[in-house]
Design a protein. Sequence first.
Length: 109
Amino acid sequence: MEQSFFGLRAAIQSIDTTAIEVLSSRESLRLSQLRVQAGVGVQREVVNNQRDLTQAELKYARAINSYNTNLAQLQRRTGLDALIACNAVSLREPSRNLIKNRFRLSPRR
């Protein structure tokens, strides 16, 4: 049970970190596309940033999967149903809001 709880806490931190990484990768891709359009960048940079964004999105999905897996294990081991599953958050909001709105273990309302 302890392992599931600490795995859950680690997954929460991973979700925060990877969500910010996705936002950062999206911005890097946008800027590299603008540089190519302006004629001062190279297409290779865009391709690299697309790859980085894809990897960041995969890490984010894995973090959510890890959270939900640990949550299910904790629920099974404790018999509690009052823990909230984590769904994907909108990655359109600024990263400072992601940091403020951390995922928490709380009862369903």
